[in-house]
Design a protein around this ligand. Structure first.
Ligand code: NAD
Length: 257
C-alpha cells in the first residue's frame, strides 16, 4: 500500500472532508492522528481508522491557538512515533452579506481558516526540519480561494490567502524537502454543507479530477460522509506558480517533490 509505515496528521478530522481523508489514508496503510476541536468527532473517526487495522490517536486541538497546536504536534509524535504528512482541513465558513458581516465573524473565519493553517503548518514544518526527513503538507483551499462567492467575504478572503500561503510555503520549504500543495474542492456534501446547491463554479472549474489523496477520485459531487469516498479535488494553479517562482529565484529548475 502507498502509505505503509507512514503517519498522517489531519486537522478537522472529526467530520466531513477531514474524516474522509483520515479513512482514505488508513485504507492505504497509514497510521493517523485525528485532530479536531471536537474530541468526540475525532474519537469517532479514530475508531473508524482502527477498524481498518491502522493505529489512530484522537487529539483535541484549537487550530487558532499556538499552544494548542504545538501540543497537538507533540502528542501526535508521542503516540504515532512520527509525522510524514499534514492535511489542514479544519475550517469554518459564514453566510452573511458583506454589509452585515460582524467583525467577530470575520475574525473567527480568518483565525480558523488562515491563521490555523499557518500555525499548524509552521509547527509541523519545524518538526520536519528538525527530523531532516522532509514531509508533505496539503492545505484545503476551495474554489472560493480562486473566485468570489456571494455572502462569503471572510471565507473567500481566507481561502484566497490560503492559496497565497501555500505558494509561499512551497517556495520557502522546498530546500528542506517539504512539499506543500493545496487542493480546491468544489461543492462537497458534508455535515456542514449537507445540501449544497449545484453551482456553475463546480462545472467551470472541474476540467479534470486529480488523485491527490489515496483512493479513487472519479465521480463528480461525491458524498464524503459516505463510506464510498469519491473525491473531487481540483488542482490549484498556485502550485504551478510556486514552481515557476522558485525557478526564477534560484536561477535553475528544481522540481518540488
Ligand atoms: N464542503 C465543501 O463543499 C468544501 C468545499 C471547498 C472547501 N472545503 C474546505 O474543506 C475543509 C473541510 O470542510 P468540511 O466541509 O469537511 O467541513 P466540516 O465542518 O464537516 O469539517 C470541519 C471540521 O473542522 C473542525 N474545526 C472547526 N474549527 C476548528 C478549530 N478552531 N480547531 C480545530 N478544528 C476545528 C470542525 O469541528 C469540523 O470537524 C474546510 O477547510 C473547508 O473550507 C469544503
Amino acid at each position: 500500500m502507498r502509505f505503509d509505515h507512514k503517519c498522517a496528521l489531519i486537522t478537522g478530522g472529526g467530520s466531513g472532508i477531514g474524516r474522509a481523508v483520515c479513512l482514505a489514508f488508513a485504507r492505504e496503510g497509514a497510521d493517523v492522528g485525528v485532530a479536531d476541536v471536537s474530541l468526540e468527532g475525532a474519537e469517532a473517526t479514530a475508531q473508524e481508522v482502527r477498524k481498518n487495522g491502522r493505529k489512530a490517536v484522537a487529539l483535541r486541538v484549537d487550530v487558532t491557538d499556538p499552544a494548542s497546536v504545538q501540543a497537538m504536534v507533540n502528542q501526535a509524535v508521542a503516540a504515532l512515533g512520527r509525522i510524514d504528512t499534514l492535511v489542514n482541513s479544519a475550517g469554518v465558513r459564514e453566510i452573511v452579506p458583506f454589509l452585515q458581516l460582524p467583525f467577530a465573524e470575520w475574525q473567527r473565519v480568518i483565525a480558523t481558516n488562515l491563521t490555523g493553517t499557518f500555525l499548524c503548518s509552521q509547527a509541523v514544518a519545524q518538526y520536519f526540519v528538525a527530523q531532516g526527513r522532509g514531509g508533505k503538507i496539503v492545505n484545503l483551499a476551495s474554489v472560493a480561494g480562486l473566485m468570489a462567492v456571494p455572502n462569503r467575504a471572510a471565507y473567500v478572503s481566507s481561502k484566497h490567502a490560503v492559496v497565497g500561503l501555500t505558494k509561499e510555503m512551497a517556495m520557502e520549504l522546498a530546500d528542506n524537502s517539504i512539499q506543500v500543495n493545496a487542493v480546491a474542492p468544489g461543492v462537497v456534501r458534508t455535515s456542514s454543507s449537507p445540501h449544497p446547491r449545484p453551482t456553475l463554479l463546480l462545472v467551470q472549474h472541474s476540467p479534470s479530477t486529480v488523485d491527490l489523496w489515496p483512493g479513487k477520485c472519479s465521480e463528480k459531487g461525491g458524498d464524503l460522509c459516505n463510506s464510498k469516498v469519491k473525491l473531487l479535488l481540483l488542482q490549484v494553479p498556485a502550485v504551478e506558480s510556486a514552481k515557476r517562482l522558485r525557478c526564477v529565484l534560484h536561477g535553475k529548475e528544481r522540481i518540488l517533490r
